[in-house]
Design a binder for this molecule. Structure first.
Ligand code: PHE
Length: 392
């Protein structure tokens, strides 16, 4: 129950006031009470509401306070007008009126000040809540890196860019014509046995069989069909063979084909270019050598070797004993290459009497394994981050 009486509910006579001093005292009493309340913040007013009838019962304490003092119907100012001013004896009317006006102005000013104060406080609190803390650590998104195979592709591409080659790319699904025939590998040629091939299952009546290319060499043909000499291109890409997976075989792997054609390209240009590449890739101290080999689309064909970069081409490991990388051979087989076989020019309407050039097919996985000491090709395809992280 409210504990404090509200004197404005009575007339001045009922309160026993009958002179100017009494009037001033009553007004001072009311004003003191008001000043105390208006100084409170919203929460304090609310707790005060529980104890004092002076504050009414609106759910919002500030509105409650306001209504109690200046509410039109039953606010303190209205009550004073009704009970004190209107009902005062004529001799006191002047004093009561003057006191009333002062109190009214005071209350209105102070309520307005309170309104502003609370508004500012709420605003400041909101601003505080919305403040962005720039010192908080951000969301860290780990930056990925290129796969080692992609990195080696780039290394090799950069070396060939530096001597005037450019990149072309071709389809991974090929026709037997581009993968074999136009490369001088007719249907029953035994070399096809080396390239056990993935053929695609096609609907009956398909015009031509399709296969996953077994090497990047089909792009030699596609390039020559489109372009007249001079040609200097490299072809990075994926190739597929029906190899059983082991430490050096995978059914999918990577090659970079190279093709250089012009009217006067010699065997010397060929070996010089390869030697330049190998030294750029493995370092200037390695030696190269080539051995006769066979590919139906090159003549002569060679197999390029590099002196073992791990034992310095001695066949003996630094710590003694046989070098495990070249198995004591001092040389490591790198890749196949050769001068383009004139028979190939017949498939692309090149004049074999005028045009000469060379081609090579570098196995990327093999070179990456050699250069970075990876001893199992399977790790390139497993995408184990513990492996990938070693090559940021
Ligand atoms: N295409 C051959 C292979 O995959 C490599 C090669 C390319 C040989 C170009 C000679 C010339 O084995």
């Amino acid at each position: 129950m409210p504990t404090v009486d509200n004197p404005t509910e009575k007339t001045l006579a009922e309160l026993g006031v009958n002179d100017a001093q009494g009037v001033a005292e009553k007004f001072a009493e009311v004003r003191t009470r008001f000043d105390r309340q208006v100084a409170f913040d919203a929460d304090e007013i609310r707790s005060l509401m529980l104890h004092e009838a002076w504050l009414g019962s609106d759910s919002d304490p500030v509105t409650s306070l306001r209504n109690f003092w200046v509410g039109r119907k039953a606010g303190v100012l209205t009550m004073i007008t009704e009970n004190w001013l209107k009902k005062s004896p004529p001799s006191l009317k002047g004093v009561v009126g003057k006191q009333f006006n002062e109190l009214k102005t005071h209350i209105e000013t102070k309520l307005e000040e309170q309104r502003k104060r609370i508004e500012e406080k709420t605003e400041a609190a909101a601003l505080n809540r919305e403040q962005v803390d720039l010192s908080l650590p951000g969301v860290i998104r780990p930056v990925g890196s290129h796969h080692l195979i992609r990195q080696v592709f780039q290394e090799i591409e950069d070396i060939f860019f530096s001597i005037g080659f450019s990149i072309v790319e071709g389809p991974e699904i090929e026709t037997p014509y581009y993968n074999f025939e136009a490369l001088n590998i007719p249907e029953f040629h035994p070399v096809r046995d080396d390239m056990d091939t993935f053929y695609l299952e096609l609907p009956k009546g398909a015009k031509t069989p399709l296969l996953l290319r077994t090497h990047t060499s089909p792009m030699q043909i596609r390039t020559m069909e489109k372009q007249k000499p001079p040609v200097r291109v490299i072809v990075p890409g994926k190739v597929y063979r029906r190899d059983n997976p082991d430490a050096t075989h995978s059914f999918a792997f990577h090659q970079i084909e190279g093709l250089a054609l012009d009217t006067d390209i010699t065997f010397c240009d060929f070996t010089g270019t390869i030697e330049y590449f190998v030294k750029q890739f493995f370092g200037p101290s390695v030696k190269t050598r080539f051995r006769p080999s066979y590919f139906p689309f090159t003549e002569p064909s060679v197999e390029f070797d590099v002196s073992c970069p791990f034992c310095g081409g001695t066949g003996t490991a630094a710590a003694g004993g046989t070098c495990t990388k070249c198995k004591g051979a001092a040389w490591i087989e790198l890749f196949g290459a050769g001068m383009v076989d004139p028979a190939v020019y017949g498939f692309v309407n090149y004049d074999a009497k005028k045009v000469s050039g060379f081609a090579f097919g570098i196995g990327i996985d093999r070179l990456a394994m050699l250069k970075y000491g990876v001893d199992d090709i399977q790790v390139f395809f497993q995408n184990d981050v513990r492996f990938l992280r070693q090559f940021p």
